[in-house]
Write a protein that binds this ligand. Structure first.
Ligand SMILES: [Fe+2]
Length: 441
């Protein structure tokens, strides 16, 4: 009798579980059942009115649902897909967005939707904003992830990545990198657009960033217009004799053509640029602060006079895996390595990329170096019409532990109230000028 009772109870419980499972599968939407992943946002066009959403689609015909509310009432479809590095990369180019607005989005197929995320467009007025500039995220994932988690806490308007995302740009490396990029998403679902620079570790395929991020100019140089600021991205790998792999093989046939075309574009674009702030991002420094790194012969000769003549205030460099600020500099062939300090009209150079790449000794300071160091870091810049406030955010190194999760995240409400707000307990580099380097306009 007791045995029969146990049997009956077991039978009833099993039936109940089966009924519940069936009910869930037929009536509830299968949210978060993985049919797409590796989400990323990219600014390839006007940051005030556009956004490119990219992801990896496993199966089904995806639709992007988006809009100004969580109901995401607008729909669009991928504008382009690429099969590349083991992924089916989908790109939806959203247009005609409102300025300084929150847009919610999710990727759905007939039965499945991703979680709902959101992004912000750039302001069309003089409202201040923060952005992160860093690069060289290759090789050591535990360092790279520390930086990614910090992005989620800081809530930058965008991230200017200076190149060398992975070591060799292989399928395995890019899949891992894009999975780890998901850790930049804030707790409330906010995601942040990348502005991409091509580094030498992308040289195995000259069009790597076009295929993975839909960067429209396959030579990866462009200008992005914010309301009071121009952000230029340049490609140092087009410089004859400095690249390798795919870039070198192409240069053999047309040695200076692509480099000269970029310089001509830079000159002509700067000549008509009337924005109060002109900032550049590119991979290899003109004058690396690492002895073993070759000097940028043509970068210096072709670019530095243009920077000075047209009032570029800030150049963000990467590649050496160390840290530096310079004084504002003017090109002068009698100065040390071709530069002298010019506090009125000079260009300040900051860098040099260490978002998880092996740190290197800062063994090549010049008389015009303001300060340098060796640790994992990126730059956090508060941009306003009157000034740029530059901070270097540290996240340890190979030997120094650092817990990014210990940083108290900025809330969206705090940022909406004060666009200059940053988290309070970041580990900031205390350089010779203190924790903030200010450039005044
Ligand atoms: Fe590099």
């Amino acid at each position: 009798m007791k045995r029969n009772k146990n049997y009956l109870t077991g039978y009833l419980l099993t039936t109940l579980v089966l009924i519940l499972l069936t009910a869930c599968s037929t009536h509830s939407p299968k949210i978060n059942n993985v049919k797409s992943d590796k989400y990323r946002l990219i600014w390839n066009d006007n940051p005030i009115s556009t956004m490119t959403i990219a992801w990896n689609q496993y199966e089904g015909n995806p639709t992007v649902h988006y809009g100004l509310t969580e109901q995401t009432k607008q729909k669009t479809f991928p504008d382009r897909t690429t099969k590349y590095r083991g992924m089916h990369n989908n790109f939806a180019r959203l247009q005609d967005l409102e300025a300084n607005a929150k847009y919610y989005f999710k990727i759905c197929t007939e039965k499945f939707c991703s979680k709902t995320m959101y992004f912000k467009t750039a302001p069309s007025d003089d409202k201040a904003f923060t952005f992160i500039a860093g690069g060289d995220s290759r090789s050591i994932p535990r360092g790279r992830i520390r930086g990614n988690v910090l992005v989620s806490k800081i809530r930058p308007l965008f991230i200017a990545h200076g190149g060398d995302y992975t070591k060799d740009g292989t399928t395995e490396e890019w899949n891992r990198w894009l999975n780890e990029w998901q850790q930049t998403i804030s707790e409330d679902g906010r995601m942040y657009p990348l502005v991409l620079t091509h580094g030498n570790h992308e040289n195995r395929d000259a069009h790597m960033l076009n295929k993975l991020f839909d960067v429209p100019n396959k030579d990866v140089y462009s200008k992005m217009d914010f309301n009071f600021l121009s952000l230029y991205t340049l490609n140092t790998e087009l410089e004859p004799s400095v690249g390798y792999y795919d870039m070198v093989s192409k240069e053999k046939w047309n040695k200076y053509k692509r480099w000269d075309k970029q310089t001509k574009w830079l000159k002509e674009t700067l000549e008509t640029d009337t924005k109060p702030w002109k900032i550049l991002s590119y991979h290899r420094p003109l004058r690396p602060h690492k002895k073993s790194k070759a000097e940028g012969r043509l970068r210096y000769l072709d670019w530095s006079p243009l920077f000075y003549k047209h009032g570029v205030q800030l150049a963000i460099e990467c590649d050496s895996h160390l840290v530096k600020y310079t004084h504002p500099l003017k090109p002068d062939l009698f100065g040390e390595e071709g530069f002298v300090i010019d506090k009125e009209k000079g260009t300040t150079f900051i860098g040099e990329g260490s978002w998880g790449a092996p740190t290197r000794a800062n063994d090549d300071e010049k008389s015009w170096t303001l300060d340098s160091g060796k640790f994992w870091q990126f730059k956090l810049i508060i941009a306003s019409k009157d000034n740029l406030k530059i901070r270097t955010v540290k996240f340890g190194d190979e030997e120094t532990e650092y817990n990014s999760n210990g940083v108290e995240a900025l809330t969206q409400k705090e940022q909406d109230t004060n666009p200059r707000a940053i988290p309070e307990n970041l580990d900031l580099w205390n350089s010779k000028v203190g924790k903030v380097l200010t450039l005044e306009n």
